[in-house]
Design a protein around this ligand. Structure first.
Ligand SMILES: [Fe+2]
Length: 281
């Protein structure tokens, strides 16, 4: 297994391992340790099928359906992200940094994507390091944040997207279940490494609980700005067959809709679910 570590605090590219067959225990342990160290791992040219994708995700925890799929009675753990000229990406889409479904009480441990169709231009995914973002805060602010929580919710775009996908009735039920969102600690502790991380994201974090609107907006803007340091991000430009694994607690990610009208298809599987934990004490 050859590992090329990114020049930033996040990410590594791994070759010399075949994820299309079950990896042995030593290799699996090495890959898990590498993910804890680097937060995002890119494996170019793997050409997995969906069973292979599930097997990779299961190296961390049990694969889980998306909470909306589960709520609607589904159990499929593979999510398909598909866009082309007739199905353009939703405006805004996932172009803001986010943690997958942080509007729920629990988030995935890891997510794995495999590229089925890659656009000739655009469509890269970028991750940013929430541990580095936390470390960049001045200690006084960090101490204050330990006492604060933030409100996350899916926002108005979610309901529109659900209406397109599910029709008005199911969209309304889904909105009833998920629309009110969840509260999370602003500084959380990483479930495996124990590192402190900044748990807010531009996609779903709406406000800081207990602050005035003006104060909340100002503080949130400042915190979200901590994710914009190019020294703590990792970008992956997709080619067909690539696999990327990332740590949902350690990172936020975004996928701009800059590839339209070209086709892009990614299959996703997430594993594990747990609530972001506040710092003990
Ligand atoms: Fe996402």
């Amino acid at each position: 297994m050859e590992v090329v570590v990114s020049a930033t605090s996040l990410g590594a590219t791994v070759t010399g391992v075949d994820l299309s067959v079950a990896v042995d225990d030593d290799e699996a342990a090495e890959i898990r340790a590498l993910l804890d160290d680097r937060g995002v791992l890119a494996f170019p040219g793997q050409h997995l099928d969906d069973d292979g994708l599930k097997r990779v995700a299961a190296m961390w925890a049990e694969p889980q359906p998306h909470p909306v799929v589960e709520f609607l009675g589904g159990s499929d753990v593979i999510g398909v992200v598909f866009n082309d000229a007739d199905h353009p990406p939703a405006s805004g889409g996932d172009s803001a940094f986010h943690t997958d479904y942080s509007f729920c009480a629990e988030i995935p441990d890891v997510a794995v994507l495999r590229s089925v169709t890659a656009p000739p231009v655009g469509g890269a995914t970028t991750w940013s390091d929430a541990v580095a973002a936390c470390g960049s805060l001045d200690p006084e602010l960090r101490d204050r944040l330990l006492t604060l929580r933030a409100h996350h919710d899916p926002g108005p775009r979610f309901l529109l997207e659900m209406e397109v996908r599910l029709g008005a009735e199911l969209a309304a039920r889904t909105d009833e279940r998920f629309g009110s969102g969840s509260e999370h600690p602003i500084i959380a502790t990483h479930p495996r490494t124990g590192s402190e991380l900044l748990f807010v994201n531009a996609g779903y974090t709406r406000s800081i609980v207990g602050l005035s609107d003006a104060e909340s907006t100002q503080l949130l803007d400042r915190l979200l700005g901590a994710f914009d340091d190019p020294d703590t991000t990792f970008e992956h430009r997709w080619s067909e067959g690539d696999v990327v694994i990332w740590d949902e607690h350690r990172t936020v990610h975004r996928g701009p809709d800059d590839f339209a009208p070209h086709a892009r298809e990614l299959h996703r599987c997430t594993a594990g679910r747990r609530a972001p934990q506040p710092i003990a004490g």
